[in-house]
Each structure stands twice: as C-alpha cells, then as structure tokens.
Ligand binder design. Structure first.
Ligand code: C2E
Ligand code: CA
Ligand code: CA
Ligand code: CA
Length: 278
C-alpha cells in the first residue's frame, strides 16, 4: 500500500508541476503579448429592453497568440491578477476603452455608456483612481459615460475600502455596476452602503430563465431587489428572443448577449451601430 501511495503522490506532484509550468509559460507569453501589443479590445452592445437599441457597450479584452489562436480571458485574467500584471493591463484597458468612447462620441454616439471590467487587484492599487482619472482626461471622454464593473465577491470582501474609493471616484460622474450578481452568496448589506448604480445578472441565471418556472426565480428576485433599492438592472448572456421577453416582463431594464450582438472590434461595431439606426 505504501508503495502505491508513493506512486500516487509522485504522479500527483508531477501533474501539479506540469500545471504550474504551464501557468508560468502562459504568464510569460502574456507579458510578451502585452508588450508586443497582441492584446486588443472588443465591444459588446448593451441594449434597452424597451427600445431594443444600444444604450451602452461592455469592453472585453482579447488575446490572439502568434499562431492566430485565441486565448480566453477566463484563462489569462486570473493569471494576470495573481501576478499583479493586471494593474498595467487594466490601465491599458481603461485607456483604450475611454478613447473608444470618445471616438464614438465624435461619430455621433456620445450617449453610449462604456462599461469596463475592473479586478480587485487593480482596485486595491493606490494609484488606481489616478489611472482612471488620467484615462478619462487624456481621452476627453465624458466621465458620465464610463461605468466600472466590479464583481460581487469584491464588493463583499472589500466593502469598507471600496466605500471610500468609490465615493471619491463617483464624484467625477462615473457609474458602477455589480457584475455576476447572485453568484457570490453575499450578504446584501453592502448594497445599502456602496453607492452602486446597477446590478448585472450573471449569464448562468439567464441561461435557465426559460427552462422552467423555477429557472426564472433568481432573476426575478434580483430584478425586484433592484427596483426596491432604486438601482438599474441589466441581464447578460441573453441568447434568444424568449429570454429577452421574459426578462422584460419581469421588469428588467437592459440586456446584453449574443442575441443582440457579439463582442465586436471597433470597425464591426461602427457597422453594427449604423445598421440599427433605421
Ligand atoms: P464577464 O464580465 O461576466 O463578461 C461576460 C462574458 O460573457 C464575456 O466573455 C462575453 O463575451 C460573454 N458573453 C456575452 N454574451 C454572451 C452570450 O449571449 N452567451 C454566452 N455564452 N456568453 C456571452 P469573455 O469576453 O470571454 O470574458 C470572460 C471574463 O473575463 C469576463 O466575464 C470578465 O470577468 C473577464 N474580462 C474580460 N475582459 C476583461 C478586462 O478587460 N478586464 C478584466 N479585469 N476582466 C476582463
Ligand atoms: Ca463584466
Ligand atoms: Ca458574468
Ligand atoms: Ca438554457
């Protein structure tokens, strides 16, 4: 038995080290990709469920490696977070997204909100408020059109720190959404203290909304909660008309998902926006 155990442990550690090696290599590749400008941003429409027209965009990062293969942000963002690289990448993301908002404004789409994902590690950085302010000022975008998406787990853990930082940031006019809402099992008390503007229903819930009566219960609860608290609410991951209609009937204000539009590069986005005008 001892023999076998040892074998298992060796197998286990070998597996571990392969995984760690892979992560180290991926992180190295990510640093290189960032330095060599292989990262780029795409923008996914957010629409009003009443007019079904765009009211905003979410900026999402993309990485295409040297072979033209995409590496998913779910794989590399956690690495960037653990290594601290997210601070620099995140600053770049804010700068690019703010510039895009300003460019859209010059093209007559100044009303479009630009939602930017922000990681905990970024937010904790003492220079974060300054980075955001610089990104806004340098681009000349309207700060009232900039929205930060923070995750529920972050809102929960960092409540006191967030409270101070957010209050200060919000003086410039930016808005704040709580991303992945409902996935964190959090106490809801932070919602009263943090001045958030919007709750974002995670796509895992939206995916089940038309499957059964039960599947709509959590979105329904989140929508009612947002109404009671005077917050806006947006659903992500809407993939068909039925989901959009159910959400609208439940009182959801806004939605985002493949049904309305995929994340797009700027040129495709301009075409998409022009096409929905008439
Ligand atoms: P998220 O913030 O929850 O972003 C929504 C994800 O859902 C995006 O995946 C988007 O492409 C995808 N999505 C949108 N509509 C649909 C749909 O109808 N169906 C399905 N199945 N998926 C849909 P993506 O772009 O792969 O991003 C994954 C996660 O990576 C994001 O989740 C976010 O947590 C993180 N991320 C992406 N860009 C950034 C960034 O610039 N900064 C930071 N810190 N995190 C980012
Ligand atoms: Ca998001
Ligand atoms: Ca989500
Ligand atoms: Ca489904």
């Amino acid at each position: 038995a001892k023999q076998r155990n040892r074998g298992e442990i060796n197998y286990f550690t070998r597996e571990m080290s392969v995984e760690i090696q892979e992560r180290v290599m991926l992180l190295q590749a990510l640093r290189q990709a960032f330095d060599n400008e292989r990262l780029f941003m795409v923008y996914q429409p957010q629409v009003s469920l009443v007019t079904r027209k765009a009211i905003g965009l979410e900026a999402l990062i993309r990485w295409r490696d040297d072979d033209g293969k995409f590496i998913a942000p779910d794989r590399f963002i956690p690495l960037a977070e653990h290594s601290g690289l997210i601070v620099n990448i995140g600053e770049w993301v804010m700068r690019v997204a703010c510039h895009q908002q300003a460019r859209l404004a010059r093209a007559g789409y100044g009303y479009l909100r630009m939602a930017i994902n922000v990681s905990v590690a970024q937010f904790r950085h003492p220079r974060f408020p300054y980075m955001l302010k610089r990104a806004i000022e340098d681009s000349g975008c309207d700060p009232a059109c900039i929205e930060l998406e923070i995750t529920e787990s972050m809102a929960m853990v960092e409540a006191d720190f967030l409270l101070q930082t957010l209050d200060k940031l919000k003086e410039s006019g930016i808005t704040v959404a709580v991303d992945d809402f409902g996935t964190g099992f959090s106490s809801l008390s932070y919602l009263q203290r943090l001045k958030v503007d919007r709750l974002k229903i995670d796509r895992a819930f939206v995916n089940e909304i038309t499957d059964s009566e039960r599947g709509a219960k959590i979105p329904e609860m989140v929508i009612q909660l947002s109404h009671k608290l005077g917050l806006k609410v947006i659903a992500e991951g809407v993939e068909d008309l039925a989901q959009a209609d159910v959400l609208q009937n439940l009182g959801c204000h806004e939605a985002q998902g493949y049904y309305f539009g995929r994340p797009m590069e700027p040129s495709a986005l301009m075409d998409w926006l022009a096409a929905q005008k008439d």
